[in-house]
Design a protein around this ligand. Structure first.
Ligand code: BDR
Ligand code: CA
Length: 314
């Protein structure tokens, strides 16, 4: 099993990614960051998920604000709590510390992946404190950016938009980066068939996940008119645990920090045959969506049979 640290901002899809990671990897720790909701809420949600899973993975709180500018949140997608109105089991867990960056640096090892599912503030701060850290880890698999559309703006994805300065540092760091952007994650959409299957499975993890997807589908339906959700963050876990499901290509990725229309955009050099900057990331382009959804459903105790899976319509 691969070893990983999950840096996240739960977040409905972060929560599913955390369950998936605990089923298919050795999770050395969870670090939290301000993102979908403020830091106190993302940390509380990470602790709730460890309680629900019955695991003792340490949770370290990290950055409460981005490197520059004001914190950006997404309560319209994730609710004020970050997990909408899902049932919160009682527990008495507390964070192991509030130095996520120190934990990321100390836990580095050649076989440890950092799976980054939120704004890249903690990861960028770790690189700032020790630029050689990136050579002491296996790599960084991140959900962020896009090689086509954005979601916060027409061209910027939320995690990159919420801290473009941090994303820029990560892409320039020399780390082995796998980028799972919206161009990839929009290929794996969940619908109410997923909710029905989870309800039928009725284990604690399946019940929790069923509530997560039902709540998220409802919020996105009110927001966009479509009752479906992309399985964003689990893709970055799968890129480490099930790399055979994902096809990627080396690309030069830069992050726009200045544009009035384009701040937070990941500019991916996809020109054929022209020489630009050297590649600094493996950009994920295709995923076996059917198989990916089955792996996720299995990790949620909800069977292996095919559900059929849709791609977000352009
Ligand atoms: C990303 O932003 C958040 O809303 C999700 O958790 C995911 O990490 C998708 O743009
Ligand atoms: Ca996230």
């Amino acid at each position: 099993m691969r070893r990983m640290i999950i840096d996240c901002d739960p977040g409905h899809d972060d929560a599913i990614a955390l369950v998936l990671a605990h089923r298919h990897a050795r999770v050395a720790g969870i670090t939290t960051v301000s993102g979908n909701v403020p830091l106190a809420a993302t940390t509380a949600n990470a602790l709730l998920i460890t309680a629900m899973l019955g695991v003792d993975t340490p949770v370290h709180a990290g950055a409460a604000r981005p490197l520059a500018g004001e914190p950006q949140h997404a309560p319209h997608v994730h609710g004020e709590s970050g997990l909408g109105d899902v049932t919160r089991m009682a527990h008495d867990r507390a964070a192991a510390g509030d130095d996520a960056v120190g934990f990321l640096l100390d836990a580095a090892a050649p076989d440890v992946w950092v799976v980054a599912l939120g704004p890249l503030t903690n990861v960028a701060l770790a690189i700032e404190r020790d630029p050689d850290w990136v050579k002491r880890i296996a790599g960084i698999s991140l959900m962020g950016g896009s090689a086509d559309v954005g979601n916060v703006t027409p061209v910027a994805e939320f995690n990159a938009y919420a801290d473009p300065e941090a994303a820029d540092r990560v892409f320039r760091s020399g780390a082995r980066v796998t980028m799972c952007g919206l161009n990839l994650t929009h290929q794996v959409m969940t619908t109410d068939a997923v909710v029905a299957r989870l309800r039928a499975a009725a284990t604690p993890a399946a019940n929790f996940a069923g509530e997560i997807f039902d709540d998220l589908h409802g919020r996105l339906e009110r927001l966009t008119g479509f009752r479906e959700a992309a399985l964003h963050d689990p893709c970055a876990v799968l890129a480490v645990t099930h790399p055979e499901l994902i096809e990627s290509s080396p690309r030069a990725v830069s992050v726009e920090r200045d544009g009035t229309l384009t701040r937070g955009m990941t500019v991916v050099d996809q020109r054929r045959g022209l020489r630009g900057d050297p590649a600094n990331a493996n950009v994920a382009y295709r995923i076996d969506a059917e198989q990916a959804l089955q792996v996720v459903m299995e990790s949620l105790d909800a069977g292996t049979e095919s559900l059929g899976v849709g791609t977000m319509a352009p």
